[in-house]
Design a protein around this ligand. Structure first.
Ligand SMILES: Cc1cc2nc3c(=O)[nH]c(=O)nc-3n(C[C@H](O)[C@H](O)[C@H](O)COP(=O)(O)OP(=O)(O)OC[C@H]3O[C@@H](n4cnc5c(N)ncnc54)[C@H](O)[C@@H]3O)c2cc1C
Length: 430
């Protein structure tokens, strides 16, 4: 199928119209341009799975395009494999990668700063020192945790009950709290309502914490408070492993959303129980990062950003592209919020961005995903899908016969997971 530019721009706006534009007033942009342009420029906000991939693949496809990537963190820390750190199988250093190859090998201008404003009209973003202009903007800022939905989960509550849902200081904190906990202790882990970042992530974490408790903290328990009515990814495979290995350790409870925490007594409450936790890992509900609201890319009342999945153009501002977890799967197709998908979306988006800048038609998209999860220190499970464009829905759809679960849990899948992570970090950042 071919698609004309008129058609994909029209598709991009379908169903959304100009939501929010009328009520949107721009912040004052006082400072001037700090990086004058001499040719076509793409600015990328976020140097995570989507942003770093998009930045690199634009430069690989057209080195005449200048790419400026703005990322507030000094180094990349990977969420995939961060559960392995919590379970004591890896160290933070094993999941940390430098941004230096993006600069030296690919000529990307990496700015370590926080974007505090986006002016879609003037096509500029604001950082601490002033403004940076763009021809096209790619936004891949990840998620915001909705801490406010849980009573008591303010800054004090978060310090006691970390989410560790972006790899970093909270990952290390959770690891150290588990190591310091006396044998016979109680760990509580909460699972948010979907859709959230990494559907199998909380269940992999459950497995690896249970594995650690079994080996190092006899008599300890792990209570899992799942907001959902069942395990929402690879359910049978996780359950089979938990039954085989963690009988008497994992206490898994469905329809048990956390509604309140009390940091002073270390108590976590649901509609049914008040539980005192020696270690508490509260993962709140989620939506697209606050950064998308700088350009009103998330319509009022919606949690995620609608996009045209042919190009990842925002349906609200077509000169801005959104990729990664921040995108609304109801507009993309049934894809999970995973790093692999963010990487895949970013490649489609990079190719489309290069085509648009050069006055060409973006090519038909295709995407892939494999999510690996460890169920013990040595065995893994996986789920895979390949996606193609579906004319009928105007979205991406999994290809029948090119998707499925691993038939069981295997050591080779755990080894594949380790290899996959190192290979994809190199694809994004090497
Ligand atoms: C525990 C855990 C395990 C996971 N395991 C897997 C797995 O095995 N496989 C898999 O495929 N996925 C996995 N994921 C999911 C994966 O991490 C996410 O889907 C992926 O990170 C999404 O990429 P992103 O680019 O949307 O966001 P991110 O990778 O979070 O990148 C966003 C970046 O934007 C930056 N940023 C945001 N706003 C601004 C701003 N205003 N200015 C400057 N910088 C900004 C942030 O600092 C961040 O670096 C896991 C997630 C978790 C939490």
């Amino acid at each position: 199928m071919t698609i004309t530019r008129r058609k994909f721009l029209t598709n991009g706006m379908a169903g959304v119209g100009t939501v929010g534009l009328a009520s949107w007033s721009l912040p004052a942009f006082a400072q001037g341009e700090i990086m004058p342009k001499s040719g076509p420029r793409v600015v990328v906000i976020g140097g995570g799975w989507g942003g770093a991939t998009a930045a690199k693949y634009i430069r690989l496809q057209d080195p005449s395009i200048e790419v400026v990537m703005i990322e507030r963190e000094p180094v990349f820390r990977s969420c995939p494999i961060s559960n392995w750190v919590i379970g004591g199988l890896k160290e933070m250093g094993d999941i940390t990668v430098s941004y230096s190859a993006l600069k030296t090998k690919h000529g990307i201008k990496v700015v370590h700063d926080t974007v505090t404003g986006i002016d879609p009209g003037r096509q500029m973003v604001r950082v601490a020192d002033g403004m940076i202009s763009y021809d096209r903007l790619i936004v891949s800022p990840g998620i915001t945790l909705l801490n406010d939905e849980i009573d008591g989960l303010d800054a004090v509550g978060r310090a006691v009950f970390p989410a560790a849902w972006s790899a970093g200081a909270e990952t290390q904190q959770l690891r150290e709290e588990l190591a310091a906990m006396p044998a016979g202790g109680t760990v509580v882990l909460s699972v948010p309502f979907g859709p959230y970042r990494c559907p199998p992530g909380p269940y992999e974490r459950t497995s690896l914490i249970a594995d650690y408790l079994k080996k190092n903290k006899p008599g300890s328990k792990l209570i899992v408070l799942d907001s959902n009515e069942k395990i929402i990814s690879k359910g049978k495979l996780f359950k089979a492993a938990w039954d085989a290995y963690y009988e008497g350790i994992i206490d898994y409870r469905t329809d048990n959303a956390v509604i309140k925490v009390d940091a002073s007594t270390r108590t976590i409450s649901t509609d049914f129980d008040d539980i005192r936790a020696d270690v508490g890992n509260i993962i709140p509900n989620q939506r697209a990062s606050d950064t998308v609201d700088l350009a009103h890319l998330r319509p009022d009342g919606r949690r995620w950003c609608p996009v045209n999945p042919w190009t990842y153009q925002s349906t609200i501002h077509p000169e801005i592209h959104v990729v990664g977890d921040a995108t609304d799967a109801t507009t993309v197709g049934k894809v999970p919020k995973s790093g692999f998908i963010a990487n895949s979306m970013a490649k489609v988006c990079a190719a489309a961005t290069v085509a648009l800048i050069n006055g060409e038609e973006p090519a038909r998209p295709s995407m892939a995903n494999t999510c690996y999860s460890l169920v013990s220190g040595t065995e893994g499970i996986s789920v895979t899908a390949v996606y193609d464009w579906d004319d009928a829905s105007g979205k991406m759809a999994a290809i029948k016969g090119a998707k499925g679960l691993s038939p069981g849990r295997f050591e080779i899948v755990a080894a594949n997971a380790d290899d996959w992570a190192r290979a994809i970090w190199s694809d994004m950042l090497g």
